[in-house]
Design a protein around this ligand. Structure first.
Ligand code: NAD
Length: 468
């Protein structure tokens, strides 16, 4: 699965022609190799900027970044041969939208010096209106200027992301009011967004709701000792998830249908994992997974609901069996399995906290022609994730979803060439993502440092120009 156009426009005459014609010129992204570690973390020095009210928090962030051996600077001047690897903009002090002007213009003045594959990351605080009661009960009033300033950050991050070129991205972490900038998930999220691991995450604001979670003993093997199950692990995104979780130190149990048994064995051999041939629509799927994990490793900590199918048809031509089959695999099976996995005490052991991560889709957010069944199931995944965040959070775990946009897999290889190319170009990065990009986001959400992120759906879509 490769994007021939991207390969062509990255060199020689085709590159010149594409430039002359004003055609998209997607860059090769700075992404991880599942077998290697992410060094250096950024492709150049890191500049830390802030609004006037956040100077002290910006100092803390700068100190924290130094601990990762980064070249951290507060002065926006660069010497001739240098380019910024990243710009971190701390906007936790804004109380009125006009407070955004100075730091944003400062960011603008350094963007030309951003390296290919560079990163812009903002830190800001949750807009109070987002947590107020929609019924407008007394006591939920919030200062409108504060809400405007904080939500203003969303708009500017998403716009910066659309302006960046050469594989650079812009994303933000949005902190709850009680969350300090040194909280594990802020540091963990910052590290993820700065690194090559977030290659296809663009224009996203990730909420850090609590200071839960813990920093790993080894940032390169944060999942050491944890046990993970990945459904649909024989190929595509699932196989990549198995590889990345194993690279991060987890023991992996891979599940797929018997028809994919050979491919599943090959992937599990590669990651020294355990293959389990099982259709996830089986009533006892969760119990069988648990039994294998406990027999082999004594516990199960991480569940990745990845298995999924497509049964596309315009609604006017949709048949009951296509609708039913799709719902059975893509949403009814994860729901049923979670009746077991989300029970207190079932997941987690040996120091690892419970993690449930499910595959949603941008189709579930924005809808998609021919995908009423798929979009209903994937929006359902987002609903399920939000609903389980409370109960699983109370027992020390998290439940999150990842919503990929267009990813180059066997699933999307079936899309006819023209709409396929349009889907690639419909993102700010002007290309499709790779399975490893989705896998890296899942591995981050599975990690101990992501314990303060719960009930969220993280899009891995290159800022696909559909949906919110
Ligand atoms: P894929 O078709 O390449 O792989 C899916 C795997 O799931 C296959 O190995 C298949 O055998 C397995 N599977 C299907 N039904 C199963 C069942 N009943 N029991 C056990 N295993 C089963 O798909 P992919 O592109 O790698 O997608 C993986 C997930 O990501 C899916 O949930 C998909 O909806 C989601 N997603 C993919 C994209 C994309 O662009 N590829 C975009 C958004 C969301």
């Amino acid at each position: 699965m490769s994007d021939t156009y991207l390969e062509l426009v990255n060199g020689g005459l085709p590159a010149t022609v594409a430039k002359k014609l004003g055609l998209p010129r997607p860059a090769r992204l700075r992404r991880t190799d599942p077998s290697a570690v992410d060094r250096p973390l950024t492709p150049g020095p890191v500049l830390v900027l802030s609004d006037a009210g956040a100077a002290a928090e910006a100092d803390t962030v700068a100190q924290d970044l130094l601990a990762w051996d980064l070249d951290v600077r507060r002065d926006p001047r660069l010497s001739d041969h240098e380019r910024w690897g990243a710009v971190v903009v701390v906007l936790t002090g804004v109380t009125h939208p006009t407070d955004l002007a100075t730091p944003t213009l400062e960011l603008g003045s350094v963007l030309r010096g951003l390296a290919p594959g560079g990163r812009v990351v903002t830190l800001s605080r949750t807009a109070p209106a987002a947590v107020a009661s929609p019924s407008g009960d007394a006591g939920t009033d919030v200062p409108a200027a504060l809400a405007a300033a904080r939500l203003g950050v969303d708009g500017l991050v998403r716009s910066v992301a659309k302006e960046l070129r050469a594989g650079a991205t812009a994303n933000g972490l949005v902190l709850g009011d009680d969350v300090g900038v040194g909280a594990p998930s802020v540091r963990g999220g910052l590290r993820f967004l700065l690194s090559a691991r977030s290659a296809f995450v663009d224009g996203q604001l990730l909420q850090v709701g609590t200071d839960g979670g813990s920093e790993p003993a080894d940032w390169e093997r944060p999942l050491a000792g944890a046990v993970a199950v990945v459904t649909g692990a024989a190929r595509g995104i699932g196989a990549a998830v198995a590889r990345v979780l194993a690279r991060d130190g987890a023991h992996v149990l891979g599940v797929d249908v018997p028809a994919a048994g050979d491919a599943l064995s090959a992937v599990m051999n590669e990651v020294a994992g355990v293959a389990l041939q099982l259709d996830i629509t089986a009533e006892d799927a969760a119990e069988r997974i648990l039994a294998v994990a406990r027999t082999r490793y004594g516990h199960l900590d991480i569940v990745v609901h990845n298995a999924g199918i497509l049964r596309d048809k315009l609604l006017a031509n949709m048949t009951a069996d296509r609708f039913d089959d799709l719902l059975a695999v893509n949403i009814a099976a994860p729901l049923r399995m979670n009746e077991t996995f989300a029970e207190p005490g079932v997941l987690g052991g040996d120091g690892a906290a419970p993690r449930i991560i499910s595959l949603a889709s941008t189709s579930g957010i924005a809808g998609n022609r021919g995908q009423t069944n798929y979009a209903a199931a994937k929006a359902g995944i987002i609903g399920m994730t939000r609903a389980l965040a409370g109960p699983v959070g109370r027992s020390g775990g998290t439940v999150n979803a990842v919503a990929p946009g267009f990813i180059e897999t066997d699933m999307t290889a079936k899309i006819p060439p023209v709409p396929r190319q349009i889907a690639r170009w419909g993102s700010s990065l002007q290309q499709g993502g790779k399975p490893v990009d989705v896998a890296e986001a899942i591995a981050f959400l599975a990690s101990p440092q992501a314990g303060g992120i719960n009930g969220q759906t993280l899009r891995v879509c290159g800022q696909m120009l559909v949906g919110q």
